[in-house]
Write a protein that binds this ligand. Structure first.
Ligand code: RIB
Length: 355
């Protein structure tokens, strides 16, 4: 690899002073157009790459964005990250991705260690059990933070969310409309605001329909397939057995499908299932999963744009952006009164209902 090109070499090639080169590169003073062009030509011909490190030290800030997420192997998060990266890239910012594995200590250690790299901004999807809000309250000066998908407890800064309550409400209404009265729910971790909102939407729909909630029919899990599977095993062992389960994310819905299959219960004839997320696999499960679609990519682009506005110095009160969700009706729900009757849709294709 060739040694990096220095400003001195550029100055010699362009026959100007090092100060002039520096002004052109850093845009710190007006330079006569003729000289500026000579410097730019020298930069091009020598293949000069500005040192991001030196630039960061001078400005006390780099062009790096840090994104902290629970786990990129969870198929919900890649679309969100992709949305962030596309916006960052087009603004010449570069993304560093950190997985917390839902471990709040790892989350805090990333936050503390990466401050030293002077990122331009932060995007945070908090871990379950996150205590990050207390640490975000003393933000790095000039390095704004936007939280997304999950609002950490105690966080009053910018946040981009989806309509969790409305989405869960419409999923539950759909089950009620199909005639279910023994409805169970598998929630996410209930110290996460989005898990509580989804549970509230479920409860609201039941209350409106004057259907009582059997306390044992509310099972808390961890937004993971295995915890959904175990919660479903508990529910499906109860008497009376629920006729429908609303799983508050698709991974847990997949766990419910597996548990039902193991117990020899047919979905949707003997058990109806609705998920939340609309992950790619939801179309390909057997039967195809009815689920609440949340716009993962748009969640990422919206949060990144908000962060860019903050980095640019926009002064406005903290923003709380809520994106709509949409119920995707597929084949995993049928009427409970007619075991072996037609499911909600027999043909391929789907119906969508905006929440
Ligand atoms: O699967 C991950 C879940 O946790 C999603 O539903 C998302 O909203 C997140 O918070």
């Amino acid at each position: 690899m060739n040694p990096p090109v220095t400003m001195r070499q550029i100055a010699e090639r362009a026959r100007v002073s090092i100060g002039t080169v520096s002004h052109v590169i850093n845009d710190t003073a007006k330079v006569r157009e003729k000289l500026r062009q000579r410097v730019l030509e020298a930069i091009r011909s020598l293949g000069y790459q500005p040192s991001q490190l030196a630039r960061g030290l001078r400005r006390n800030q780099t062009s790096m964005l840090v994104m902290i997420i629970p786990d990129v192997t969870n198929p919900f998060f890649p679309a969100v990250v992709r949305g962030v990266e596309d916006v960052a890239y087009s603004s010449s910012l570069r993304l560093v991705l950190c997985n917390t594995d839902n471990d709040p200590r790892k989350e805090i250690s990333y936050l503390n260690e990466l401050r030293a790299y002077r990122p331009a901004g932060w995007l945070v999807i908090p871990a379950a059990d996150s205590e990050i809000a207390a640490h975000l309250k003393s933000p790095v000066p000039g390095s704004p933070v936007v939280c997304l998908d999950r609002q950490p407890k105690g966080w009053s800064g910018d946040v981009v969310l989806v309509a969790n309550e409305a989405g869960a409400y419409s999923a539950t209404r759909h089950l009620l409309r199909m005639g279910h009265r023994q409805l169970a729910v598998i929630t996410g971790p209930l110290h996460l605001a989005n898990a509580v909102e989804r549970l509230n939407g479920f409860k609201r729909a039941l209350a409106e329909a004057k259907v009582s909630i059997e306390p044992d029919y509310v099972q808390e899990a961890r937004f993971e397939r295995n915890s959904g599977y175990h919660a479903a095993k508990r529910l499906l062992g109860m008497l009376p057995r629920p006729t429908a389960i609303f799983a508050c994310n698709d991974l847990m819905a997949l766990g419910v499908l597996l548990a039902a299959r193991e117990l020899g219960l047919h979905c949707p004839e003997e058990l109806s299932i609705v998920g939340f997320d609309n992950l790619d696999f939801a179309e390909f499960t057997a039967p195809a999963l009815t689920t609440v679609c949340q716009p993962g990519y748009q969640l990422g682009t919206t949060a990144a744009r908000l962060l860019l506005e903050r980095i640019a110095g926009l002064k406005q009160p903290p923003q709380r952006v809520v994106l709509p969700t949409e119920l995707k009706i597929r084949n995993s729900v049928a009427s409970p009164s007619s075991a072996h009757s037609a499911p909600e849709r027999k043909q391929s294709g789907e119906v969508a209902e905006v929440c």
